[in-house]
Each structure stands twice: as structure tokens, then as C-alpha cells.
Design a protein around this ligand. Structure first.
Ligand code: GCO
Length: 255
């Protein structure tokens, strides 16, 4: 029986992949054999990521564009598909954190957060899905968050955007399932990355370790491996699911 977790011969586009969760997702998919396209805004950061991936034997292409620029993103996805002849996996991971109390939260900040996390996800996944529709198969994965299903102060736009991604996941899974595609999301808990460094180095660290049954922060690779599962043949019957990877934090009151 072939290895159901192998991605040999397949291609993947990952947005926001020059560092953090996106890089870990790209590394996991590449380690399983996929050729990965690394999207980010900064070409230098992309090149560095591609070099690191190549050092680990992973075929990586640079795919620089601003995810909020839908036309540029669609053109980049089309170009990658045409260059490689296929597009098997699309992961929308790009996003930024912004912690501002609701009563002080500017509308521009609200809009840009939804543009990057949610609207870009819609537009880029649609561009990818058109190629997958022609092939009769594909995997679409969104990086969501536990913030979509738990209330926390100062992240109203981020939480709303991630909640929208979860709803979009279910809607797309319903329409695209009959076309040979699955659509799922990953909801990370507190993972040690640059985006959460300030929390990790504050008193918040003790809260996370206390509130999380496994007693620690997650590692980016633990999100990468969850994405590998959802992208693989092993998850062919998982569709419309939000896979929470949080060490048990959101199911526990033990804090
Ligand atoms: C925060 C954090 C969270 C985490 C992550 C959890 O301010 O609570 O930035 O948003 O980064 O999204 O899934």
C-alpha cells in the first residue's frame, strides 16, 4: 500500500511562508515530497526561506506578492501552475496580529485585517480551486485560530476574520467536495513564533502553560504536521473540518 502521507510529485502554494507557521507548513509539505511555492511580501525573506528549504532537500519556488493584492496573487498562482503543470495544495496562512481594545480599534485596522486574513483567503483559494477543478482534485487549507471560537480582549478584527475563515471552509467544502477537493482549516493555539514572542516573554506565558493541559506552548512544526495530514491522501475523507491544535487549551477549565 502506498504511503498515504507522501506528497511526492505534488505541488503546493503556501502564503505567508517565509517564517513562522507558514514556513513550518511549507517545510512539512516539502519533507513529504511536495514542490512548494513560498509566498511573502519580502523577496529577501523568501529567498532566505527557499535557501533553508533547499538545504533540507526541498524544492522551493519564490512567489512574492502582497496577498491583499488579489490580481497579483491570482497571476502568481496561475504562473506557478503553468510553470509546474499542476497545483495540488493551496494553504492560506498569511496574516498579521494586531492587539487593540475594541473601543480604540480603528476601522482601517479592522478592514486591513479582514482583507489579509479573510478576503485574500477567498480570492486566492478561488484562483487555486479553478485549477484544482480542472484536475478534478485538490486540497485547500486555511490557517484559522482558536480566537475564532473563544473570546479574548484586543483581537476583535483578527477573531472575526478567523471566524469567517471557518465559515468559508464549510461553505467551500460543501461546493468543492463533489469536484474532488477537500477544504479544511487549522486552528492553532499558542505557538511560539515571532508573532507571539511578546506574549511568550510576558506573564502571559505562565497563563498559557497553566491553561493548556499539555503544559506548554506549541511548536510551529506541530502545525506543519497537521497541515501535512490535511494535505495528504490520508485525510481524503476529512472535509469542512477545523482541526484545533492547541494542546487541549480550549476544551479545559483547569487554568
Ligand atoms: C493573541 C495571539 C493569538 C495567537 C493565535 C492563537 O493575541 O492572543 O496573538 O492571536 O497568535 O492566533 O491561535
Amino acid at each position: 500500500m502506498p504511503n498515504p502521507f507522501s506528497l511526492e510529485g505534488r505541488t503546493a502554494v503556501i502564503t505567508g511562508a517565509s517564517r513562522g507557521l507558514g514556513y513550518a507548513i511549507a517545510h512539512a509539505l516539502g519533507t513529504a515530497g511536495a514542490t512548494v511555492a513560498i509566498n511573502a511580501r519580502n523577496p529577501d525573506q523568501i529567498e532566505a526561506a527557499c535557501s533553508d528549504l533547499a538545504r533540507d532537500g526541498i524544492q522551493a519556488h519564490a512567489l512574492p506578492f502582497e496577498v491583499a493584492d488579489g490580481a497579483a496573487g491570482q497571476a502568481a498562482i496561475d504562473r506557478f501552475h503553468d510553470e509546474t503543470g499542476r497545483l495540488d495544495i493551496f494553504v492560506h496562512n498569511a496574516g498579521h496580529g494586531m492587539r487593540v481594545p475594541f473601543l480604540e480599534h480603528g476601522f482601517e485596522a479592522w478592514q486591513s485585517t479582514l482583507d489579509v486574513h479573510l478576503s485574500a483567503g477567498f480570492r486566492l483559494a478561488q484562483a487555486a480551486a479553478k485549477h484544482m477543478d480542472a484536475a478534478g482534485k485538490g486540497r485547500i487549507i486555511f490557517t484559522s485560530s482558536i480566537m475564532a471560537s473563544t473570546g479574548r480582549a484586543t483581537v476583535p478584527a483578527y477573531a472575526a476574520a478567523k471566524g469567517g475563515l471557518n465559515a468559508l471552509t464549510r461553505s467551500m467544502a460543501t461546493e468543492l467536495g463533489p469536484k474532488g477537493m477537500t477544504v479544511n482549516a487549522i486552528a492553532p493555539g499558542y505557538i511560539a513564533t515571532e508573532l507571539t514572542r511578546d506574549l511568550h516573554e510576558s506573564e502571559f506565558n505562565a497563563f498559557v502553560c497553566r491553561q493548556t493541559p499539555v503544559g506548554r506552548w506549541g511548536e510551529p512544526n506541530e502545525i506543519g504536521w497537521a497541515a501535512l495530514y490535511l494535505a495528504s491522501d490520508a485525510a481524503a475523507y476529512v472535509n469542512g473540518h477545523v482541526l484545533t491544535v492547541d494542546g487541549g487549551m480550549t476544551i479545559s477549565l483547569n487554568g
